[in-house]
Design a protein around this ligand. Structure first.
Ligand code: ATP
Ligand code: MG
Length: 387
């Protein structure tokens, strides 16, 4: 199994805008090693060059990019690989889960078809027959905790978390030695995010795979990686053991990055968030928590009609927002947006009295099961979603 080494890597993009040709130094003189079998996280704010560095590993940079320095897989410089050699390395030795990967599945092919295609193109010598590849595809779905029948599903028939699992299954398809995961859980809710991170960590340790994981979220990397590297404006500013980087960072910027995530219950981190311009806890505005309720919902129930049947989205929600308060609605995928939409509907001046959402009629239990009453009052039925 090879080490992955970035040796003084710089990447510059040529751009042409209204003001003529320009250059963006996306990565600058980065030297970093991911030893075989280990896990390394790269964190940094948006635009700091994380994805650019990741794409340099498999020569996936666009044509307007120029790379200097060396990217080594073991002692092989990837710049010197022929196209055939590179094709053999991609997927089979090193695979990548792209940022926003779940949107890059082919929408007109089933999940199973896409897994089989990857196996045929990149590992046809290992899984030689169609039957062997089919078995491998089912094994991969099992590895990422998806039922076998999902192989018949099209991407639009899967949830975001399931699509992300499929992408991880594809990355694992050819038994790679190195996996690069660029923001593998960013678009997922916290519960699915944890499931995916746990699964990745389990697979990496069970199979001894090396992993380079990218995230702007230090806590995600601390969960999954042995070491963390911090990038800023294309440069590497700090590398160390995950725990040390998160708890006793050497660089002020790393501390700033860690502080940018609000601490639960600490109004300072909420009301005066740290930004790259350095605003922070010292400048906490006076927060007046007043008792005056500006927004109130009482007994809100929302039912959607889908295919002629009622779908209960919100059930008996009471919520109030006082002056000076920030209230967050949190929920697993499929619950949060409906709740907030339901509440905004309830508080829409055109549909409800703004200050008294309690005018949304509380439901009667029989509403939930009665299509007739749902038709008469489709937004006020008893629902299953609860706060
Ligand atoms: N194809 C491109 N052409 C020109 N500039 C680019 C291109 N791709 C990226 N850049 C620039 O390179 C810099 C680094 O981008 P990159 O995508 O590597 O950042 P990132 O750290 O992955 O950010 P994010 O966390 O938002 O994904 C940015 O300034 C970006 O605008
Ligand atoms: Mg990126």
């Amino acid at each position: 199994m090879p080490d992955l080494t970035f040796d003084d890597v710089s990447v510059t993009y040529r751009t042409s805008g209204r003001s003529g040709r320009d250059e963006v130094a996306a990565v600058r003189n980065v030297s970093l090693t991911l030893p075989a079998g280990q896990t390394l996280g790269i964190a940094g704010e948006s635009g700091s060059g994380k994805s650019t560095l990741a794409m340099s590993v498999l020569r996936l940079l666009p044509r307007n990019a120029t790379l200097s320095g060396r990217v080594l897989l073991g002692d092989q410089d990837v710049a010197t690989l022929s196209f055939g050699q590179l094709r053999a390395v991609r997927w089979a030795k090193t695979s990548i889960v792209f940022q926003g990967a779940m949107h890059s599945l082919n929408p007109v092919r089933t999940v199973g078809w896409q897994l089989l295609e990857a196996l045929e193109l990149h590992a046809g010598d290992r899984w030689k027959t169609e039957n062997a590849r089919k078995e491998r595809a089912l094994e991969l779905l099992d590895i990422v905790d998806l039922q076998a029948q999902k192989s018949e599903s099209y991407p639009h028939e899967l949830s975001g978390g399931q699509k992300q699992r499929v992408m991880i299954a594809m990355a694992l398809a050819c038994d790679p030695e190195v996996i690069i995961a660029d923001e593998p859980t960013t678009a997922l809710d916290v519960i699915v995010q944890k499931q995916i991170l746990d699964m990745i960590s389990r697979l990496v340790s069970e199979r001894g795979i090396s992993m380079l994981m990218i995230s702007h979220d230090l806590s995600v990397l601390a969960t999954a990686c042995d070491r963390i590297a911090i990038m800023r404006d294309g440069e590497l500013v700090e590398v160390g053991e995950s725990y040390a980087v998160c708890t006793t960072p050497v660089q002020a910027y790393t501390r700033q990055l860690a502080d940018a995530f609000p601490t639960i219950g600490d109004p300072a981190s909420r009301m005066a968030p740290v930004t790259r311009h350095g605003r922070g806890a010292e400048e906490v505005p006076e927060i007046a928590h007043e008792d005056e309720v500006l927004l109130e919902a009482r007994g809100v129930n929302v039912t959607y009609r889908s295919g002629g049947r009622p779908v209960h989205a919100v059930r008996d929600v009471d919520l109030s927002v006082r002056k000076g308060e920030i209230v967050a609605l949190v929920g697993q995928s499929g619950s949060g947006s409906r709740r907030s939409r339901a509440l905004s509907w309830a508080c829409n001046p055109q549909t409800r009295d703004r200050r008294s959402c309690s005018t949304v009629r509380p439901s009667r239990p029989r509403d939930a099961d009665s299509p007739g009453s749902a038709r008469r009052c489709s937004s006020c039925c008893r629902t299953r979603g609860r706060l």
